[in-house]
Design a protein around this ligand. Structure first.
Ligand SMILES: Cc1cc2nc3c(=O)[nH]c(=O)nc-3n(C[C@H](O)[C@H](O)[C@H](O)COP(=O)(O)O)c2cc1C
Length: 164
């Protein structure tokens, strides 16, 4: 079973979360805004799809801090985690989608298995925290390339289906 947990200040990441849910056939009840969710609710899912846009200067979306603190205390050994987020490579090239990289770093000690990484073909910026060893650790949606969003989400959902 798959659950999506996202934070979103101005709605972009929420829209991407809903698109992912639609493409993966995830019910509304399994799509959670971290502002209202409890970390206990992650327990029932084998695959957690976690989304945060990047705010400030390379920061997580505000609602993520409290939720992440609690999530980090849970034993995620062997559970699959896929990450996604929105950012803006035009205005914030040095911190493009850093929040995705921050979630990746912060959740490593939990023993989870990350899925959904890919080679960043077609991106202008590839050297922020979202990138590790030449791969994006999760889906990076770029406000500066809105025409690519639909296909990026679709391609990533196809990838997740092979790694579920
Ligand atoms: C004040 C401000 C700071 C931002 N900082 C970053 C940043 O450091 N890196 C980045 O990739 N995008 C940054 N962005 C772009 C947002 O991540 C982008 O607008 C995103 O779509 C917002 O997602 P949301 O609507 O789900 O909150 C920033 C936007 C604003 C307005």
């Amino acid at each position: 079973m798959t659950g999506i947990f996202y934070g979103s200040t101005t709605g972009s990441t929420e829209a991407v979360a809903q698109d992912i849910a639609k493409q993966l056939g995830i019910a509304d009840a399994d799509v959670h805004n971290v502002a209202d969710a409890s970390a206990d609710e992650t327990d029932k899912y084998d695959l957690l799809v976690l989304g945060s846009p990047t705010w400030g200067n390379g920061d997580l979306q505000d609602d993520w801090y409290r939720f992440l603190d609690r999530l980090k205390t849970r034993d995620l050994t062997g559970r699959k985690v896929a990450l996604f987020g929105c950012g803006d490579s035009g205005s914030y090239p040095d911190t493009f989608c850093d929040a995705v990289g921050l979630l990746y770093e912060e959740l490593q000690p939990t023993g989870c298995i990350f899925v959904g990484s890919y080679e960043p073909v077609g991106y202008d910026v590839t050297d922020s925290l979202v990138c590790a060893d030449g791969r994006f650790v999760g889906l990076a949606i770029d406000e500066s390339a809105p025409d690519k969003t639909e296909e990026r989400v679709a391609a990533w959902c196809r990838l997740l289906r092979t790694e579920e």
